[in-house]
Structures are given as structure tokens and as C-alpha cells.
Design a protein around this ligand. Structure first.
Ligand code: HEC
Length: 149
């Protein structure tokens, strides 16, 4: 085995470790198969939709929890779309991987809005919290319009 190959394996090992360490925070495990990716991302988006519908009036720790879940879920979107994972009844479009940076940027916009919403919820800033929910909601349609059939 060449030195280069060993180095590449060591880096891959470190990266895997890093990803696992980060994901352990909310026990997220990247999907092992395309089928699992489709099922997990559908469930995640349904959960986000439910939160957005009910989170408006929340305050205190409930508002904090809603934002934390949205933030975590948005941070997982890229990992739930492994390249070419259009299987079964998936409505994902190939455009996702042709415009990957744009796709990830929309997810990041939602994650950043949720991070701001989390801070607002913790501070009891109801206007900031409401603005974050609205910004997060905007990313749903923005992404579906381009990337869901
Ligand atoms: C970065 C892109 C992106 C964002 C942001 C996004 N979605 Fe999606 N959503 C998709 C794609 C792509 C699919 C199709 C997934 C599939 O079928 O494989 C989808 C599917 C769905 C589905 C269908 C699930 C099913 O069972 O078929 C729902 C419901 C949904 N999204 C709700 C939401 C809501 C609510 C939000 C905002 C809180 C949201 N999504 C944000 C890309 C996105």
C-alpha cells in the first residue's frame, strides 16, 4: 500500500470520526441506503411542517425546543440527499445534484434562521422568534419549487 493511500485512509477515518462526533449531539445517523434516505427525509420534512403549523403561539422552553428541532433537522438535509437517491416514490429531482450548492444554500438559510430563532426563543424575543419562523417557512417553498417534482 502506498503512503498516499494510507494518508487518504487516515484522513477518511478522521473525517468519519468528525462527522460522528458532530452528529452525536442529536443522535443523527446518516442513512445507509437510498431507500432509508428517502424515508428519513420525508419524515423529517413532515415533522418540520407540523412544527411550523403549531409553533407560532409557543413561548419559553416549548419555543426553544421547536427551534432546536428545526435547526437540527435543517442541518441534516444535505446528508439526507446522497447523490442520485431517487428511489421508490421519491419526488426529488435530479436538479438537486446539478445545482447542489444552491440546494445546500437553501437548507443553510433555514438552519441559520432557526439558529437565530433559537437565540430569540431563549431570550423571550417574540418578534425575533416570529420572524425566524417566517424565514424558515420561506425556505420550504423556495426549495420545493426547484427541487421537488
Ligand atoms: C433544501 C430543500 C428543501 C427544503 C428547505 C424543504 N424541503 Fe421539503 N422536500 C424537498 C424535497 C427534494 C422533497 C422530496 C423528497 C423525496 O420525495 O425524496 C421534499 C418533500 C417534502 C414533503 C413530502 C414528504 C412525503 O411524505 O412525500 C413535505 C411534506 C415537505 N417536503 C415539507 C417541507 C416543509 C414543511 C419544509 C419547510 C419547513 C420543507 N419541506 C423544506 C426539499 C426541501
Amino acid at each position: 500500500m502506498s503512503i498516499k493511500k494510507i494518508a487518504a485512509m487516515a484522513i477518511a477515518g478522521l473525517m468519519t470520526f468528525g462527522v460522528v462526533a458532530v452528529m452525536a449531539q442529536d443522535a443523527f445517523v446518516a442513512p445507509a441506503t437510498p431507500e432509508e434516505a428517502v424515508a428519513t427525509r420525508k419524515a423529517l420534512m413532515k415533522q418540520d411542517g407540523g412544527i411550523l403549523r403549531s409553533a407560532g403561539p409557543l413561548t419559553g422552553s416549548e419555543a426553544v425546543m421547536a427551534m432546536q428541532t428545526l435547526k437540527d433537522n435543517y442541518s441534516h438535509i444535505p446528508a439526507l440527499f446522497p447523490e442520485g437517491s431517487i428511489v421508490g416514490d421519491s419526488e426529488a429531482l435530479p436538479a438537486i445534484w446539478e445545482n447542489w450548492e444552491k440546494f445546500v444554500a437553501i437548507a443553510k438559510t433555514g438552519e441559520d434562521a432557526a439558529a437565530a430563532g433559537l437565540v430569540a426563543a431563549q431570550a423571550g424575543d417574540t418578534a425575533g422568534y416570529a420572524a425566524a419562523l417566517q424565514a424558515i417557512g420561506g425556505t420550504c417553498g423556495a426549495c420545493h419549487q426547484q427541487f421537488r417534482s
